[in-house]
Design a protein around this ligand. Structure first.
Ligand code: NAP
Length: 250
């Protein structure tokens, strides 16, 4: 049982509250400046009794929240995105205050397993010269941006690990694709949940690796697992450390 303080009581904070309770963890407090019934700020009283804080707030708030949590010597899971240009400063805060921090832009465990499989498959297909590689992502019609952040991470991994590819192309092509280019297409429409697929294709067959997200519960479940992982630890960690820890146990 981990005693958790939730920082940010929006969509993610509320999902984490529900799922953490279902899993037998204790929510000791919830902090959100504008939500009724919540503590308004991070201070000694609002954070008292927590083993770990979980932050899903806003890019503009995350680093300040980390600083405050660290000043009370508490460990933290950071799910908020958009603060990564301050990574070095955050590392210094963690070291100076001797706390534990784990962060990820995507706490969905299946997506992180998908990334590990992509890395491994690139190593295999580097030795199989008949196979070309391509990728696509699909999302519902409400999604505001493309390509998705996950698609960018997927293509970065492929470019880093595939000998034949050194450039991702996200736009529509009005010419043949060059052999060194990896085409990553984006499709939008309907209610399609986040879907990412990589294909290794030869004249004779296709090998495909696909991830389909079903609900935001997966992000919350991953963040709760991260809270259990970081409890009692000191240092700066990311989702890869959690994945390695879980895979080791299999
Ligand atoms: N890592 C992952 O797996 C993952 C998954 C999903 C989302 N995210 C990220 O997590 C963040 C939150 O997502 P969401 O969907 O839960 O957003 P959301 O529904 O907008 O919730 C964020 C909540 O945090 C509150 N907040 C803002 N500043 C705060 C502060 N300083 N202290 C405490 N609470 C504060 C907001 O209040 P106001 O509305 O009044 O500003 C809002 O209630 C975003 O950065 C999103 O990109 C990450």
């Amino acid at each position: 049982m981990t005693r958790i303080t939730i920082i940010g009581y929006g969509k993610m904070g509320q999902t984490i509250e529900r799922l953490a309770k279902e899993k037998g963890h204790k929510i000791v407090s919830i902090i959100d400046p504008r939500q009724e019934g919540c503590f308004k700020e991070i201070n000694e009283e609002s954070i008292k009794g927590a083993d770990v804080c979980i932050d899903f707030t806003h890019p503009s708030a995350a680093v300040d929240n980390i600083k405050k949590v660290a000043s009370f010597g508490k460990n933290i899971v950071v799910g908020t995105t958009g603060w990564y240009n301050q990574m070095n400063e955050v590392k210094r805060i963690v070291e100076k205050n001797n706390i534990g921090l784990i962060w990820s832009g995507n706490f969905l465990i299946g997506v992180n397993a998908f990334f590990k499989i992509i890395e491994e498959s690139a190593r295999i297909f580097n030795n199989l010269e008949d196979y070309d590689c391509l990728a696509y992502e699909m999302h519902h019609k409400m999604k505001a941006d493309s390509p998705s952040g996950t698609a960018k991470m997927m293509s970065d991994l492929l470019i880093k690990n595939l000998n034949k590819k050194d450039k991702a192309v996200f736009k529509i092509l009005d010419r043949q694709i060059e052999p060194n280019e990896l085409h990553v297409a984006s499709i939008r429409g309907g209610s399609i949940p986040g879907t990412h697929e990589v294909q290794f294709d030869s004249p004779d067959d296709t090998v495909s690796i696909k991830h389909v997200a079903r609900s935001r519960n997966g992000f919350a479940n991953g963040a709760i697992m991260a809270a259990q992982f970081i409890e009692g630890k000191k240092g700066f960690f990311n989702i890869n450390d959690l994945m390695d820890d879980m895979i080791k146990k299999v």
